[in-house]
Design a protein around this ligand. Sequence first.
Ligand code: GLN
Length: 307
Amino acid sequence: RALHDFQALLNQVEQHSRPFVGKGKVADYIPALAEVNPLQFAIAVVTTDGQIYTAGNCESRFTIQSVSKVMTLTLALQRYEEALWRRVGKEPSGTAFNSLTQLEFEKGIPRNPFINAGAIVTCDALYSRLSAPIHSMLEAFRAQSDNPRVIIDKKVANSEYEHRHRNAAMAHLMKSFGNFDNQVDDVLKAYFHYCAIELNVVELAKAYSYLSNAGYCQFSNQQLLTARQTKQLNSLLFTSGLYDAAGDFAYRVGMPGKSGVSGTIIAVVPGKFTVAVYSPGLDKVGNSVAGIEALAKLSEMIEFNAF
Ligand code: GLN
């Protein structure tokens, strides 16, 4: 189906998804997230030739949460290349995003960069190479989302920091195994600030448009990763981007993707487009209920996915 039908497709996706909006539960383990209105739905597509299509409440701004893990990995790969994989694995975890158990068995090497432990150790690596870790990440999002006014929601970042015990436990466990270089609290602060970067779906799809465009971001005019690294990153998103629901998402949607507990998900059709969806109600593993419905419907209608 031709890409110019996209607007009609997104309208249908929205219609299909509306009954699922408000289903599930808004994340409440971070008190500041518990306050959001669950009855929101928005979707945006950014194609590799620069077209933008939207449906729903696209002005809604939200913190990107775990979707930031993809940018953390990107910035870390730019600096470490293959050496990064000495500190974090590439295997699906099959456990919750905030699970601690594997870390003990696997001697402080997290399964992959998209669960919390893996993202936190990747932040630690990045922290060692950036003079202003929080500002550099914010600048990356500003440039790639084409909005120099993007901010960090300090209330969410501080709320997460205050309730950091589980993430702190992971970081300390990694430190005890020698897989952590900086002060735990410094790195956690950076990690929470990354999670609390505030965007709307259009900006989010733009920021991750390089994933569908062989590593090139058309908004910042930067080659962020090589084409090969981008393929590899998409492969990892396909196997691990949705925590312990990655298999189900692969089956239903068939695209590399990454979710966050604010209720957002990005997904990629390499060579074609990046899509971002937002709806705060989460299923039991912490993925947006209406978001997954929307992407499954989109995938079904466009009939192209990774396979
Ligand atoms: N900031 C959240 C946390 O560390 C991110 C988790 C998520 O989006 N899955 O718990």
